[in-house]
Design a protein around this ligand. Structure first.
Ligand code: CP
Ligand code: NVA
Length: 339
């Protein structure tokens, strides 16, 4: 039986009366303080803060369905500094800012003086004079940390090689939408132990989920992060299993998740492709999950590489609902940090 991890502030997701801590000054005063905070990795958030973000995103989603305008960020500007391409993250930030009454400005890293040697901290110092928050997508996570060293406004990790925290938060929202709660849910991640895997593992652990990861031995998630996730899971009543056997990971799962076998910025590696080939999510593998299990992918996906097209486009796939939820989670992050 899945128990809800949410509900502390009483949001209705069934279309009944909506009551939110945002509307309630007493509850708002008791809500966790994310204002002015950066989000560099999943480790920056407490369990209560993850709950508040998911619940706020659910509330914003309902408000959007009801076409309720919420200009909470009027007069605020978000800078978006991207070293790699993006369809979902960039546009969810952009649309999210605008729907909250603010503005977003895109800063392609190749268009800045970074290309002529201006340092990351100097760039952050300057941008902080113009904008109220910065979403940054870097290859190296250390670059994000160095950039953050010069920033005087909140910085949001829009993906690095090590973490993709807002993706994971948004995926928790999708799982909550799908199953009515998070605690006790079984999530199987099959494939490369990469940035998305790290963030999902940490986020799922903090939410008390049972997370099982199947990867080839040489592409397992970072062992330090696995240990940290195990500590978080122990506190929240969940568990973390790392295995090399996809069927073991998927057995009894509510959700099966995969990601590309070759992430952005990584060199072409035939050896890696070969090692990951048996970790493709197929209809046969899905049959080992629970009958009502869903298939998830952060996107973009390569059909018939990490997932069979029949699964990606089949009835169990919720990948496009998952992508749609990015908007609501990005808005929640922006609202609670910049609002
Ligand atoms: N999932 C995700 O982050 O997609 P983008 O690279 O398009 O932002
Ligand atoms: N692991 C992928 C995620 C893309 C959203 C990458 O880093 O390219």
């Amino acid at each position: 039986m899945v128990q809800t991890a949410m509900g502390a502030y009483g949001v209705s997701v069934e279309g009944g009366p909506v009551y939110s801590w945002i509307d309630d000054p007493v509850a708002r005063a008791a809500a966790p303080g994310l204002r002015g905070r950066s989000l560099l990795s999943d480790l920056d958030l407490s369990r209560a803060e993850v709950d508040a973000l998911v619940e706020t995103a659910l509330w914003l989603k309902i408000q959007r369905e009801r076409a309720q305008p919420h200009p909470y960020l009027a007069g605020k500007t978000l800078g978006m500094l991207f070293q790699h391409p993006s369809t979902r993250t960039r546009n969810a930030f952009q649309a999210g800012m605008e729907q909250l009454g603010g503005h977003a400005t895109f800063l392609g890293a190749h268009e800045l003086q970074l290309t002529r040697g201006e340092t990351l901290p100097d760039t952050a110092r300057i941008l902080s004079r113009y904008v109220d928050g910065i979403a940054a997508r870097f290859g190296a996570h250390d670059d994000l940390i160095v950039f953050m060293g010069g920033a005087a406004v909140p910085v949001f990790n829009a993906l690095t090689e090590r973490f993709h925290p807002i993706e994971a938060l948004s995926d928790l929202l999708t799982l909550h939408d799908q199953f009515g709660g998070l605690k006790g849910l079984a999530l199987a991640y099959v494939g490369d132990g990469n940035n998305v895997c790290h963030s999902l593992m940490l986020g799922g652990a903090a939410a008390g989920m049972r997370v099982a990861i199947a990867s080839p031995p040489e592409f397992e998630p970072d062992h330090t992060l696995v240990e940290r996730a195990r500590e978080l899971a122990a506190q929240a009543g969940g568990s973390i299993v790392v295995t090399n056997d996809p069927m073991h990971a998927v057995s009894g799962a509510n959700a099966v998740y995969t990601d590309v076998h070759e992430s952005m910025g990584q060199p072409d590696d035939p050896g890696k492709r070969f090692a990951l080939a048996p970790y493709k999510v197929t209809a046969t593998l899905m049959a080992h999950a629970l009958p009502d299990a869903v298939f998830m992918h952060c996107l973009p996906m390569q059909r018939d590489m990490e997932v069979e097209a029949a699964v990606a486009d089949g009835p169990q796939s919720i990948v496009f609902e998952q992508a749609a939820n990015r908007l609501h989670m990005h808005k929640a992050v922006l609202l609670l940090t910049l609002g």
